[in-house]
Ligand binder design. Sequence first.
Ligand code: KIV
Ligand code: ZN
Length: 510
Amino acid sequence: MAEQVLIFDTTLRDGEQTPGTSMNVSQKLRVARALAKLRVDVIEAGFPMTSQGDFEAVSLMANEIRDCQIAALTRPIEKDIEVSWEAIAKAENPRLHVFLSSSDIHLVHQLKMNREEVLEMAVAGVRQACKHTSNVEFSPMDASRTDRDYLVQIIEATIAAGATTINIPDTVGYAVPEEFGGLIKYLFENVSNIDKAVISVHCHNDLGLATANSLAAVMNGARQIEVTVNGIGERAGNAALEEIVMLFRTRSELLGLDTRVNTEEIYNISRLVSTIAGLIVQPNKAIVGANAFAHESGIHQDGILKEVSTYEIMRPKDIGIRKSKLVLGKTSGRHAFQDKLESLGYTVSREDLNRLFNRFKEVADKKKEVFDEDIEAIVADELVRGPEKYKLIYLNVSAGTTVRPTATVSIEIDGEQMVQAGFGTGPIDATYNTIAKMTGTKSTLIHFSISSLTGGTDAQGEVTVRLQEDDHVIIGQGSDPDIIIASAKAYITGLNRLESMKQNPYRSLD
Ligand code: KIV
Ligand code: ZN
């Protein structure tokens, strides 16, 4: 029987540190519910000390989510630990995750502390955390660049102080698999009390080696891997949950390892996180990219038609991809719509159902055939939106070979309806110029892309924009069968995200 590796998901903490991403409290709760359904072992719900929003989100998850451990990240500082504990205390199985840098580079240039002081602080933090729970994890940050003897010393001391999980981060994604596997082996051979803790790894993807390094660690005895959905996270991100889980599932005979994850929920959560975080999954991304199961070459297609295993090592259905089906049309009723939502994995309240159904009817009026992808886009648009300072009421554009492109836009700003018209070099430029004038935004549009959700000229267009204002970079998305309306929705979603980023600033940690 395969040995179990624990999956510690940090989409809501490290994943939220992805540049351009911010999730509000209800969006975080939605992701946490999906993670629980996916059956990860631990959800790192946040870093409560960093903002009031994070504290609230972590508390709500701790109150609601069951059958998963809920972890909060904390520095080894008395106030942080108390605030973090307050946030997770009601969880079924709360975990305090204490971290402190251990490499000389960080000690000298960032912490300005010596090794003895850091060791003392780490031990004191773990001891204090243990007053609340025996489920305490300690991470010596930048472990892969830490002097090995000192790393052994700090691990021994924190285990002796009560830590039951020791996490070895490759914080800057610097390690290579043989080296990182060797480090884990070294720790097993040299940390005298290592049998009293689970060894975990947390690998960043700066050199594209996060999954390979995590695998090397597990081959050398680690039994917890820290991951994020779609591999999001600081800089180049973290080891991707879907890669690790499908690696163990697909090669279980060779590796003798597995996880408790329900792989059929992978595709749903990948789409949800992509929409909520506003981060498009690259088409060639392993497991969840749009091309992951697409076969282009004639020889491959021929093989697949004869016997799927010729060119496919996993089945799309293993990760929950269903064949795109024509589902509903203009005459479909509320009941059929609700059934369809449930089969796509969405259980919604009565109020949300009404909203979604109205939106579905609008799309079905414009477009004869409504596919699963259309419904998912409607759900994404309607349910994962955050607070809205700006709302699009209507949009009329005129454009063509003989007219100057003009947009007339009506938007609600803080509940007050306004109408204005403006020009541009094309209909989208006219729309954006007008919205920019009405909202007085100072943001710059740094990226715009449009794609079609399904085939056919009546397909819904999905628009993604990237906006920058000062240090904030955010992503907005919108979909509609009319690409100018989809563009306006994406822009307004982006402006709302910028607003909520300004409303929920991070506390400075000093
Ligand atoms: O990358 C890192 O070292 C971290 C720690 C807080 C675990 O995210
Ligand atoms: Zn990290």
